[in-house]
Design a protein around this ligand. Structure first.
Ligand code: FAD
Length: 491
């Protein structure tokens, strides 16, 4: 008998829960032979990539959300609507000396109640803490908007709508889209949102009155936090910088690169650039993503001593089987990246998706002459996050069924690919997309001259990519609902 606890029901944790329930079997879960408990503070699952469409009013929040409880109930998985606050990986020293997690309920009519949940295996898939507080004035509680959650995106859409109405009345507006701090990640999401805003402005017939600015911490367009991509496009070898720059030029989107947002006031963003200069830009609408950190979780040993520093990196992300030795950029290799996502010293604790601490950035680290770090953090996008969830679920299932010595499965970002489709317009005929795929996410200069496989690293533009994004929206929600044949749909 084994108890598995999964913290977080996002892309990674929910994928792990679905696969583990399939591997352990509904009968064993129902009879109490094994248990899977998913702890997550929100009642709903969110297909985050489609928040972009919510952010421009092409979709409503209910189209990107669905309740988790019925999905888990059907599969014999227990759902605890709560926030994990601490882990005790060595147990508590009491009679029931099992490792455990402390949680505080956020729903199920038990708001604020605490509970201790023992585990045999733990997956930390708590995703990011949205660190708006890192930049004064940033975020939906202050002077800018976000599309990180469905409700943030709905607010952004309403504000964008007001801006469009003002332009219809003959006013001119400046719209700023991008990254709200020098160390942000998820540049692909901001890039996609910028193209959606451009599309909306054109559809509304107000593009001429709008100045659309893309403000990014990338030293050059097309870096995407992965140090840029070299790929074949229509028979030529090209680079994502050229590709992204021409997309911006075609749409008259101005780009400000190498920027760290220092402060956002009402209607003005203040930023420093890599040359050390300080600038201000007035805006009527701003969607600026926050930097990510690990979700705050404490860790204690058997005597109640705080061991948070041993388990978590200073960023708050959980340490796993990566090589965290500090090295200069020139010495970084794919081998630094984790493979099993097992926490050092524990063969029953894993961190997947955004929750694991990366060994370092992927893009070249840069600072301004004032010492300000302006360098994208490494992205952990949906596809690798899902694959990590499935990989760890398989490792745990093997350990439960074949014994503790079962060999853990591996899924390094130095081997995994990723795809990002920046698609605008949600209809079947009127959309377009800039689609990128890369293999691997972390460049491997030993295996590939350009760091990545030229055949599987691509950049395409057109309606087909838009259809693909639309299909993925419906397909991934179908899969996440655990409907018939869900497991045949790849992560
Ligand atoms: C606007 C936007 C657009 C994106 N578009 C794309 C795209 O097109 N393609 C792509 O591949 N990727 C995209 N991404 C990235 C993708 O969403 C992430 O890679 C993915 O969600 C990461 O999965 P995760 O499970 O690690 O985190 P999440 O999906 O964020 O899940 C984390 C889960 O943990 C829960 N949680 C938080 N705190 C606690 C706690 N204390 N205890 C328990 N649970 C907790 C959360 O509620 C959530 O359920 C986008 C991201 C954003 C923000």
């Amino acid at each position: 008998m084994a108890d598995v606890v999964i913290l977080g029901a996002g892309v990674s944790g929910h994928t792990a829960a679905l696969h583990l329930s399939r591997m352990l079997g509904k009968r064993d879960l129902r009879s109490g032979n094994h248990s899977i408990t998913v702890v997550s503070p929100n009642a709903d699952w969110n297909w985050i990539p489609s928040n972009i469409w919510v952010g421009v009013g092409k979709m409503e929040p209910p189209q990107v959300l669905f309740p988790l409880q019925p999905v888990y109930e059907k599969r014999g998985v227990k759902f605890v609507q709560a926030r994990a606050t601490a882990i005790r990986p060595y147990g508590t020293g009491s009679d029931d000396d099992r490792p455990s997690v402390e949680v505080t309920y956020t729903g199920q009519d038990r708001d604020g109640e605490s509970e201790v949940i023992p585990y045999d295996y733990l997956i930390n898939a708590t995703g990011p803490k949205l660190r708006f507080e890192a930049t004064p004035g940033l975020g939906p509680d202050h002077h800018s908007y976000s599309v990180c959650t469905a409700s943030h995106a709905a607010d952004a859409s309403a504000a964008l709508g007001r801006c469009i109405e003002s332009m219809k009345d003959g006013n001119e507006c400046t719209l700023v889209v991008g990254m709200g701090h020098g160390t942000c990640t998820c540049e692909g999401a901001a890039f996609e949102y910028a193209f959606n805003v451009d599309h909306e402005l054109r559809e509304a017939g107000v593009r001429e009155q709008a100045r659309l600015v893309f403000l990014t911490n990338e030293a050059q367009l097309g870096d995407f936090g992965v140090d840029g991509l070299t790929f074949e496009h229509e028979g030529f070898v090209t680079h994502s910088e050229l590709w992204a720059s021409s997309l911006f030029r075609e749409r008259q989107v101005e780009a400000i690169v190498g920027a760290h947002v220092e402060r956002v006031d009402e209607g003005t963003v203040h930023y420093e650039t890599l040359d050390g200069e300080h600038h201000s830009l007035d805006f009527d609408f701003a969607m600026l993503l926050p930097p990510f950190g690990g979700v705050p979780l404490k860790a204690y040993d058997r005597d109640g001593e705080d061991i948070t520093d041993q388990i978590f990196a200073p960023s708050g992300f959980m340490k796993v089987d990566a090589d965290y030795t500090p090295r200069p950029y020139e010495e970084w290799t794919v081998d630094d990246w984790p493979e099993t996502y097992m926490a050092p010293g524990f063969d029953n604790v894993f961190a997947t998706g955004i929750a694991f601490a990366p060994p370092h950035q992927i893009s070249r680290p840069r600072k301004s002459p004032n010492g300000t770090v302006i360098a994208p953090s490494p992205p952990r996008t949906g596809m690798p996050s899902g694959v990590m969830g499935k990989t760890v679920a398989t490792t745990i299932a093997r350990k439960i069924t074949d014994g503790e010595d079962a060999v853990p499965l591996k899924a390094s970002m130095g081997r995994l690919g990723a795809a990002c489709i920046a698609s605008s317009g949600a209809g079947l005929r009127r959309g377009t997309a800039a689609a990128m795929s890369m293999l691997p996410v972390v460049p491997d200069y030993e295996r590939y001259e350009t760091g990545r496989d030229l055949h599987d690293t691509r950049g395409e533009i057109g309606l087909a990519g838009h259809w693909l994004k639309l299909i993925l929206h419906y397909l991934f929600i179908y899969k996440a609902k655990g409907r018939f044949g869900w497991h045949l749909i790849p992560e």
